[in-house]
Design a protein around this ligand. Structure first.
Ligand SMILES: *Cc1c(COP(=O)(O)O)cnc(C)c1O
Length: 472
């Protein structure tokens, strides 16, 4: 160490002196003394390292009068960033309404209130208030699920992937599960039917061909090792052209004539006919059960519009076996999920107000004129925000439902199309532009397409707040 750097290090203020500085008093009050002390220690340690490395700029800074000011500011910023929440709200203008990376369905206010109520104090989660003894946590939603789907019984786990694993490990360990080759799907990169089968300890027996599977294919494949027949909703693609799949009712008949259960993984699944909201038709849970399916599994946070959860609904004896499986204990949901799910299911009892009260349906069924009005409203502030960098115009676009629901159907929507002005380095500029929007206090996420940044306005509910942060 040179004598100058040794002297500079000795001249750095002590942590305790910094903690007494006026400039840090707000941070200490807000974040606590320990958090600020930690930040001060780390900042000073970094400075010492830089001094030893002989950073010239730093040497000059150390001489200045504002040095302590700047040091305090740096410490406060570090302490604040360490105390900041990692999960923050964003504006989802990607055009994908149910976006897995953005937390899927936004919950209705009634569900948010319910989560608050059950989190604040003790509740009767697994306590039967009439009998005065232990109860079943599924009881808070089971009757509602049965009422809305026509199922005899139901159980709830962490997500639909868990629901499928629970069904397979309960009913098919070490045995064969028959599935059509056309349904060997991968959903979102981490849920691949063949791999799920393997991890659940059962054998996948593929039936038919990728594009065509017939009833005789299922019949011919059944033998003594068969545990169940399964159908998977091909959530994110559709086989077009020369294709055939077998109706659920027919597979159910074949399964039952051999005394085997028939299970359908509906993926998104919905409880109501969506065509009444002008949306494409998606199979409902009730439809499947009416076709004779024994167990249906579906997600809580896709089209249903609730919290992350997986529901299994159907035959009473089979559901009872799922509930007895020790794995159910590992996959069970918590009280907040049950509270939110129960509130969302309550809304389905009155379908006429659903498109007003359930955010997912409100967004999916939103009138295009309303979206166009939002576009006109925010056009000036977005223009101003990117004034010297890009052109902004209102453009029609297509939203997708996302998370595998209604895979090939897109919904008409309106976007702001933001295109960098200069053609040189346009790609870099476009990325910078997208970053500029992502760095806002409430990050704005759009979609890059064909040299432009598209902000699909279908899910923009607070245009004033949106513009406010652009002009701040
Ligand atoms: C989405 C989906 C899953 C996985 O559901 P999660 O709730 O995300 O676990 C499983 N199967 C199908 C057919 C799906 O669409």
């Amino acid at each position: 160490m040179s004598s100058t750097s040794g002297k500079q290090i000795r001249n750095l203020p002590a942590v305790d002196k910094l903690l007494r500085a006026e400039e840090l008093s707000d941070a200490i009050q807000e974040l606590g003394r320990e958090v600020v002390r930690e930040a001060a220690r780390d900042t000073l340690a970094r400075l010492r390292r830089e001094i030893l490395r002989g950073n010239d700029n730093l040497q000059r800074e150390l001489q200045t009068l504002q040095f302590q000011n700047e040091l305090c500011l740096e410490i406060a910023t570090l302490a604040e960033s360490r105390s900041a929440q990692s999960l923050v709200p964003v504006f989802n203008l990607t055009g994908t309404v149910i976006h897995t990376n953005l937390g899927r369905a936004a919950l209705p206010e009634s569900a948010i209130d319910a989560v608050g109520r059950v989190s604040r104090q003790a509740i009767n989660l697994e306590y039967d208030l009439t009998q005065g003894g232990r109860g079943d946590r599924d009881s808070h939603v089971e009757d509602l699920i049965c009422e809305l789907t026509g199922a005899e019984a139901a159980t709830v786990v962490n997500n639909n992937a868990a629901a499928v694993v629970l069904v397979l490990t309960t009913l098919a360990v070490g045995r064969d599960v028959l599935i059509s080759r056309g349904e060997m799907v991968e959903i979102g990169g981490s849920f691949r039917i063949p791999e799920v089968m393997g991890s659940a300890g059962c054998h996948l027996k593929e039936v038919g061909a990728t594009n065509r599977t017939h009833l005789a294919d299922y019949e011919g494949a059944i033998d003594d090792d068969t545990a169940l027949l399964m159908k998977v909703h091909t959530s994110n693609y559709e086989i077009m052209g020369f294709a055939n799949s077998v109706a659920e009712s027919e597979i159910a008949d074949v399964a039952h004539s051999h005394g085997l259960p028939f299970v359908v993984d509906l993926g998104s699944g919905t409880l109501i006919n969506l065509t009444r909201f002008g949306l494409p038709r998606e199979p409902t849970v009730e439809d499947s059960l009416l076709q004779g399916v024994d167990l249906v599994t579906f997600s809580g946070d896709k089209l249903l519009g609730g919290p992350q959860a997986g529901v299994v609904a159907g035959n009473k004896e089979l559901i009872a076996r799922l509930k007895r499986n020790p794995l159910k204990r590992a996959l069970r949901v918590d009280k907040m999920t049950l509270a939110a799910l129960s509130s969302v299911l309550q809304l389905y009892r009155n379908p006429s107000t659903l498109s007003r009260d359930l955010p997912i349906l409100r967004d999916l069924a939103r009138d295009i004129k309303e979206i166009a009005a939002v576009a006109e409203q925010i056009l000036p502030c977005v223009k101003q925000y990117v004034a010297d960098q890009a052109e902004v115009e209102v453009s029609s676009c297509k939203s997708q439902i996302g998370s595998g629901a209604l895979p090939v159907d897109l919904i008409e929507s309106i976007a702001l199309k933001i295109t960098p002005r200069s053609l040189t380095g346009a790609d870099r500029q476009l990325k910078d532009l997208a970053l500029k929007f992502r760095k806002l206090p409430v990050p704005v996420l759009g979609r890059l397409h064909d040299g432009s940044l598209y902000l699909d306005l279908r899910c923009l509910r607070e245009p004033e707040r949106f513009c406010q942060q652009l002009s701040d």
